[in-house]
Design a protein around this ligand. Structure first.
Ligand code: AR6
Length: 170
C-alpha cells in the first residue's frame, strides 16, 4: 500500500523513516535537522561512528527517541541541471532504501522528498522517480507492506497524488 502523508516525518509510527542526509552524515537543516533534533544526541554519535555515505547509497542507524525503529540515511544528489547523473543517483537512493528494508524485514517505511529542498531537485521530476522506483519495487518479492511519501507542504503532496494516479492509469 502506498500512501501520501502531509506532516512531520519524525512523528510517524513506522518501522523506518528515511533521512535526506549529507555525505558526511553530519546533520544539517531541513528534514535532517528535524530528525536529529527529535532523535536526540545519540544519533549524531551513531552517524559519526559510521563516518559518511556516498551519494545514492544508504546507511542505517537506530531511531533512538523517535517512534520509528530505524533511520535510513540516504544522500540525494544536488541538482545541477540534470545531466550529471542526478536521475540515476536519486533512483539509487530509493532502490537502496527499499532493498535494505526488505533485507531487514521492515514492514513500513516513510520517505521524505529526497533532494527537493536545499539540494534543489525539481519536485515534478523527483516525484516521478520516487513513484517509479516504489512501484517497481512493489512488483518484487516481499516488499514493505506500507510505503509512505511524507510531505511537509500541500503542493508536494498534490504532486505525489497526481503521479500515483498517473501510474495507476498507465
Ligand atoms: N518532515 C517531512 N519532510 C520535511 C521535514 C519534516 N520534518 N522538514 C523538511 N521536509 P531537505 P535535501 C521536506 O532540504 O534537499 C540538509 O541540510 C522539505 O520541505 O531537508 O535532500 C542535509 O544535511 C523538502 O520537501 O533535503 C543536506 O545537506 C524535503 O523534506 C541537505 O539538507 C527535502 O528537503 C539535503 O537536502
Amino acid at each position: 500500500m502506498i500512501e501520501v502523508h502531509l506532516g512531520d516525518i519524525t512523528r510517524l509510527q513506522v518501522d523506518v523513516i528515511v533521512n535526506a542526509a549529507n555525505r558526511h552524515l553530519s546533520g544539517g537543516g531541513g528534514v535532517d535537522g528535524a530528525i536529529h533534533r527529535a532523535a536526540g544526541p545519540e544519533l549524531s554519535e551513531a552517524c559519526r561512528a559510521i563516518g559518511g555515505c556516498p551519494v545514492g547509497e544508504v546507511r542505517a542507524t537506530p531511531a533512538f527517541s523517535l517512534p520509528a525503529k530505524r533511520i535510513y540515511h540516504t544522500v540525494g544528489p544536488v541538482w545541477r541541471g540534470g545531466n550529471l547523473g542526478e536521475p540515476e543517483l536519486l533512483s539509487s537512493c530509493y532502490r537502496h532504501c527499499l532493498s535494505l528494508a526488505r533485507r531487514e524485514g521492515m514492514k513500513s517505511i516513510a520517505f521524505p522528498a529526497i533532494s527537493c529542498g536545499v539540494y534543489d531537485y525539481p519536485p515534478e521530476l523527483a516525484v516521478e522517480i520516487a513513484v517509479d522506483q516504489v512501484q517497481d519495487h512493489l512488483d518484487r518479492e516481499a516488499p514493505p507492506e506500507q510505503i509512505i511519501f511524507c510531505c511537509f507542504d500541500a503542493r508536494m503532496a498534490d504532486l505525489y497524488r497526481l503521479q500515483l494516479e498517473a501510474v495507476v492509469r498507465r
